[in-house]
Design a protein around this ligand. Structure first.
Ligand code: TRP
Length: 459
């Protein structure tokens, strides 16, 4: 496993992969996507995608990783299909793009923590003022990227692993507390209704492709992160049950975040369509209502835990390009890490400027037929999350089912899961990766590109 992070074998893989999956995607992005996607209808589509399409993709990625012990580019060559390397390269590029904006938001969360503990936090206009301040968000982003690079350069240390075993459950417990509190607030019922009572007329094409992009993003799929992490899985471990645990944990935490957020949003009479600022506006308002001392204590602990959840995700995003250049180009790990992290930080500068600091990047592009402009950071998210990831996922399952072939995949899955072959689970995974996932993922990919980027309405 030279060149990769080292996890102690026991918790190893599940801790790493769940740490990768659970992050800003669950707590920051999921609620705002639900808010913009019309509420419960979005949640329903998201859940269906997570279990029917994403779970089988996850199993496939992990199996390829364990089989080859390689980064995504090397993995396809290693199985004997050199032409499929470009699929791995696409994954590496998607990782670059995703980390470039993800780190910006991680910097916001970290910045909120620092400003709260140092007494610089003012509620109200804070979010807009904060993101407009390039020096501040740039500084926090730089610190966050450096922390990520530091961890990846040392290999993923036992310290982080231990810390995440305490901090992740703490985050969940804290969210449970906040969910209970949120239910006691005025108008909580309206929030719960918005979140849980689907209005089926809201299921439009954009809701469908955004829900799909969100499911891939949240589960860290479609770019080979789990191929890379799959090499940590022991030959005696059960890939299918590990993937099921990771999927359930990730979806469960996202679900909890929504349950906490919408009562908060409606109790403050805020619009649920607040977008990327949603948690950064809604939560401080709630923390403030807890009183000046308790509010700051709870608020700073929350943003610290959120920063930590983001860190275990940024680490996995950086690990993919690093594993690639270390394995395939034999560049020393330390050099690779710092050079790649610096490059990604630079690519992320327009995203740092996208929320008020620069007019150009804050209103970067107007899609055909759209009423208003989209900022650069959101645009990159649309390209990477909603477009590249489902395409990557489609190609990965097509590769496994038709190129590498199912009996090879099934042999890998049978290891650590005696009786997999012939079981119901095998039939379900087979059905999904051979037919449902390729057709659905490719169709939604095409419709997304036509609709969003070219303004062509097929439906
Ligand atoms: N899943 C993470 C989150 O929800 C983000 C992430 C980490 C990711 N690694 C990834 C997304 C790989 C796509 C691919 O916060």
């Amino acid at each position: 496993m030279a060149g990769r992070g080292n996890f102690s074998s026991k918790i190893g893989f599940i801790a790493a992969a769940a740490g990768s999956a659970v992050g800003l995607g669950n707590i920051w992005k999921f609620p705002f996507e639900v808010g913009q996607g019309g509420g419960a209808a979005f949640v329903l589509v998201y859940l269906a995608f997570a279990f029917i399409l994403c779970f089988p993709v996850m199993v496939t990625e992990i199996a390829i990783g364990r089989r080859t012990q390689k980064n995504p580019v090397g993995a396809f060559s290693d199985l004997g299909f050199r032409n499929w390397r470009w699929l791995g390269i696409m994954g590496v590029l998607a990782g670059f793009l995703i980390l470039s904006f993800y780190n910006v938001v991680a910097g916001w969360a970290f910045g909120y923590f620092i400003e709260m503990v140092t007494g610089h936090f003012e509620i109200g206009q804070h979010f807009g003022e904060f993101t407009k301040n390039f020096v501040k968000v740039g500084g926090y982003g730089l610190i966050f990227m450096a922390a990520t690079a530091f961890i990846v350069s040392r290999g993923i240390s036992a310290g982080i692993e231990k810390a995440s075993k305490i901090l992740m459950p703490s985050l969940v417990i804290m969210m449970l507390g906040l969910v209970i509190y949120s239910f006691t607030l005025p108008n909580a019922g309206k929030g719960i209704e918005f979140y849980l009572l689907p209005d089926f007329s809201k299921i439009t094409l954009p809701v469908v492709y955004r829900a799909l992009g969100q499911a891939f993003f949240s589960l860290s799929l479609g770019m080979g992160a789990l191929i890379t992490y799959g090499s940590y899985v022991g030959k005696n471990d059960n890939i299918v049950s590990s993937a099921a645990i990771i999927t359930l944990a990730d979806v469960g935490i996202a679900f909890l975040a929504g349950l906490m957020m919408f009562p908060f949003v409606f109790s403050q009479n805020l619009p649920p369509t607040g977008g990327p600022g949603l948690i950064f506006v809604t939560l401080p308002g709630i923390f403030q209502s807890l009183g000046p001392v308790l509010g700051i204590v709870i608020g700073s602990v929350f943003f610290l835990l959120l920063s930590f959840a983001a860190l275990t995700s940024t680490v996995s995003l950086l690990e993919v390009p690093v594993a690639y250049v270390v394995d395939e180009h034999k560049i020393p790990r330390k050099i690779s890490v710092w050079v790649i992290a610096a490059l990604i930080f630079i690519i992320g500068i327009p995203s740092l400027l996208s929320n008020g600091a620069s007019d150009l990047f804050s209103s970067f592009i107007t899609y055909p037929g759209a009423e208003s402009a989209t900022d650069f950071m959101t645009f990159i998210g649309h390209v990477a999350n909603d477009t590249f990831l489902p395409l990557g996922g489609a190609l990965i399952v097509i590769f496994a089912a038709y190129v590498w072939k199912k009996h090879n995949l099934n042999n890998e899955l049978e290891q650590g899961f005696a009786g997999f072959k012939g079981s119901f689970v095998e039939k379900f995974i087979d059905l999904s990766i051979s037919y449902i996932a390729p057709v659905v993922l490719l169709s939604i990919f095409i419709l997304n590109v036509l609709d969003r980027f070219f303004g062509v309405q097929v439906f």
